[in-house]
Design a binder for this molecule. Structure first.
Ligand code: TPP
Length: 625
């Protein structure tokens, strides 16, 4: 086995070029074996095995810097840079991360997880290097999907102007999570076919000029016609015009070709360069090649069939959101749905089935998605923008400047709110409460189960007086076959009492409601009775009811799947009547630090947010008090 001898890239360099494809097979096998058990971003990582080997073979890492975009494709990089043995712990609690982490390895240049940052980081790294008078190579690796993100264009614009020595590897597999979208994607695809066209042109010219007498005239005529289309057939013309030298396209699974081109480009010590590498997402594992979208991020699966082995008992919140929107959109043609490259993840494929022309996948462009939706709202449509909490962070200014200030009725469906588990700190949705609760004009709702989500989406559909946001977690709802067409009436601000007691009142939202109810049962066994309040709405918040409930109990607790700082618990505490303030037991939530990866229940337990820990905290208060 070659893989067993590779403890870092210097071992890799000792290998003969002929053996590198065999190493690639072994790296893929290890990846498949581990990810089929742990789950992860398989298809993207399978697609760049040869590219990763070639990069570490040619570059002098870690002195030369590889900067990965998103970082979900770095499994081969991890295996080759000293993490072969710990790879089996990837994405597990206490194990290595599924994304690059500086604290994990000196080969991980930057922590990443969100898209379209690599070129900006590479430009900054190169400028910093040059200011320091140092000499090393800086290489950004970005996918064609990530190139749709605005930051990449901003960085290309900058580097084309300042002209420092940077290499950008464009890993083009024509896929984002689903098929890539947008004019840039079309341009890249045409460029690839353009290269075939170039070869075709050369061949035809040779044939024509060999025809006696008329061949010469035919040649001139055809040459003139083709020259008229020159700008379309010179690959990379757009980049070249921006001051970035273009190389490629090159087959990203052909290691000798990659090594040859990388060496050539590495030796050009001036200016920005882009190498266009063509890869196949899921390469080397048939189920992933055939269905790269499902294998983009996959749970544990059976290696021999490619079928998932772990499925939630019932459907996910995303699926309820998608089905509800589809039911509404089928009846109301003013409803439009907007996604930033997450059509499947947010459940919008359901909506697409009933209204394909009213789903807009804008690429990995959350900022554009929100501002685009504000104008859709202004022109009389009902835009639902479906974005994961963590990626909504990208569009904070747009929420304020383009939506809330004008009080436009944009409807945000904030998916994966709260802790998300295995993807870790870059992906947890812990900041949306503090982000949105203090923006004027917003209504901000939090369902605690599938039926409430359905009711709130129906409410949002009928509400056109301003913006509204609904946050819901990753994971499954609690019932089978939820009827999404027959909502119950919902009134924002209306609270619901889940249990009634006398000692303590627990104000909870979302997935914390069930945990609070479970804690109440545990407390009852200890002789403490609790009222559990499902607030359902962060804004508006019924402060009169909140204050009178506090009044009636000996202590109160707030609990949320979000940051305590800036969370709704703080909001309640700041609004409590002064006489009640001393009754606060705790504001439960995540503390002022970044939360690592692990299973959701493991993280709840660690941070005192499971039913057992919550009950203990409350007990301690009563025993001590
Ligand atoms: C800001 C942001 N939005 C959305 C995502 C979710 N996401 C992760 S990877 C990905 C697609 C990336 O496509 P590409 O760069 O082509 O890489 P590939 O997976 O095809 O190798 C998306 C949309 C993200 N990581 N960051």
């Amino acid at each position: 086995m070659f893989i067993e001898k590779i403890n870092n890239p210097s071992d890799l360099k000792k290998m003969s070029r002929e053996d590198l494809p065999k190493l690639a097979r072994e790296v893929r096998d290890q990846m498949l074996e581990v990810i089929s058990k742990n789950g992860g971003h398989l298809a993207s990582s399978l697609g760049v095995v040869e590219l990763t080997i070639a990069l570490h073979y040619v570059l002098n890492t870690p002195s030369d810097k590889i900067i990965w975009d998103v970082g979900h494709q770095t499994y081969a990089h991890k295996i080759l840079t000293g993490r072969r043995e710990t790879f089996q712990s990837i994405r597990k609690y206490g194990g290595i991360s599924g994304f690059p982490k500086r604290c994990e390895s000196e080969y991980d240049t930057y922590n990443v997880g969100h898209s379209s940052t690599s070129i900006s980081l590479a430009v900054g790294e190169a400028v910093g290097r040059d200011l320091n008078g140092e000499k090393y190579k800086v290489v950004a690796v970005i996918g064609d999907g990530s190139l749709t993100g605005g930051m990449s264009f901003e960085a290309l614009n900058h580097i084309g102007h300042i002209g420092n020595d940077v290499i950008i590897i464009l890993n083009d597999n024509e896929q984002s999570i689903s098929q890539n979208v947008g004019a840039m994607s079309t341009y890249l695809t045409e460029m690839i076919s353009g290269s075939f066209y170039n070869r075709f042109r050369k061949k035809s010219m040779e044939v024509m000029s060999s025809i006696p007498v008329i061949g010469k005239y035919l040649y001139k005529f055809i040459f003139r016609v083709l020259s008229a289309f020159k700008s379309f057939i010179i690959p990379g013309r757009l980049f070249e015009d921006m001051g970035i030298r273009y190389f490629g396209p090159v087959d990203g699974h052909n290691i000798p070709k990659l090594i040859e081109l990388l060496n050539r480009v590495k030796n050009i010590n001036q200016g920005p360069k882009i190498i266009h590498v063509i890869t196949r997402k899921g390469k080397g594992y048939e189920p992933a090649e055939c269905d790269p979208c499902s294998f983009h991020g996959i749970g544990p699966f059976d290696l021999s069939t490619g079928k998932c082995t772990s499925k939630g008992k019932f459907e996910s919140y995303s699926s309820v959101a998608g089905r509800t929107l589809a039911a509404i959109g089928a009846k109301d043609s003013s409803v439009v749905a907007v996604t930033a490259a997450m059509k499947e993840g947010t459940g919008l494929s359901e909506f697409e089935k009933v209204a394909p022309r009213r789903v807009f996948d804008v690429g990995i462009a959350e900022q554009h998605a929100v501002t685009f939706a504000s104008a859709l709202a202004s022109t009389g449509h009902k835009p639902f923008v479906c974005i994961y909490s963590t990626f909504m962070q990208r569009a904070y200014d747009q929420l304020i400047h383009d939506v809330a200030i004008m009080n436009l009725p944009v409807k945000l469906l904030i998916d994966r709110a709260g802790i998300v588990g295995d993807d870790g700190e870059t992906h947890h949705g812990l900041f949306d409460i503090s982000m949105i609760r203090n923006i004027p004009n917003f209504i901000f709702l939090v369902p605690s189960n599938g039926a409430e989500l359905r009711d709130m989406i129906h409410f949002a559909h009928g509400y056109n007086d301003g913006p509204i946001a609904i946050r819901y977690p990753r994971g499954c709802i609690d019932v089978e076959n939820l009827d999404v067409e027959s909502p119950l009436p919902y009134v924002p601000g209306e609270i619901s009492l889940e249990t009634e007691g006398e000692d303590v009142v627990i104000f909870s939202i979302g997935d914390m409601v069930q945990i609070s109810v479970d804690a109440a049962s545990l407390l009852k066994e200890r002789g403490i009775t609790a009222t559990v309040v499902n607030l359902r709405s962060i804004k508006p918040l019924d402060f009169d009811s909140v204050n009178s409930l506090i009044e009636r109990h000996r202590g109160f607790v707030t609990i949320e799947n979000g940051m305590v700082q800036g969370g709704f618990g703080e909001y309640i505490c700041s609004s409590v009547d002064p006489g009640n303030a001393s009754k606060r037991i705790c504001c439960a939530g995540f503390p002022d630090e970044f939360i690592r990866h692990g299973k959701v229940n493991e993280l709840f337990r660690d941070y005192g947010l499971d039913a057992q820990s919550l009950a203990e905290r409350i007990c301690d208060y009563f025993i001590a008090g």
